[in-house]
Design a protein around this ligand. Structure first.
Ligand SMILES: [Ca+2]
Ligand SMILES: [Ca+2]
Length: 125
């Protein structure tokens, strides 16, 4: 009887608790906001990629980290994100919100970051 209880408890643990733990970790993906192409810096190429993504559709290019595309940190991926990069770079606009070096998203939103290998490297910026 005790062994059945143990097996049921172990099955409950592995089916219910472990997936919740791994999903919580994926929300803490490190990234650099605005560095869409993961080059280590934010420049005009990132703005071009954002516009390409928006105008040509997801078939033209898939953003691996939607949080990096959301350059104004409003929880949406739209034209204002590409414009925000251009204004920040060329018109002395407000700086792009953090994280400006590898870090987690300080604000809660529906966007995810499925992969940002640049920040996984030991000498990440
Ligand atoms: Ca970049
Ligand atoms: Ca946005």
């Amino acid at each position: 009887m005790k062994s059945r209880l143990f097996i049921l408890s172990a099955a409950f643990f592995f089916t219910c608790l472990l997936p919740a733990t791994s999903s919580a970790q994926s929300q803490e993906e490190l990234f650099i906001r605005g560095d869409v192409n993961q080059s280590g810096s934010v420049n005009i190429t990132d703005a071009v990629l954002i516009f390409q993504f928006l105008f040509n559709g997801k078939d033209s290019w898939v953003a691996p980290c939607n949080d990096a595309v959301d350059t104004n940190d409003d929880g949406q991926m739209d034209m204002s994100d590409g414009m925000n990069v251009m204004i920040s770079l060329f018109l002395n606009g407000a700086p792009i919100p953090p994280p400006n070096v590898c870090g987690v998203d300080p604000t809660a939103d529906e966007l995810s970051c499925e992969g940002y290998p640049l920040c996984d490297e030991p000498s990440a910026p």
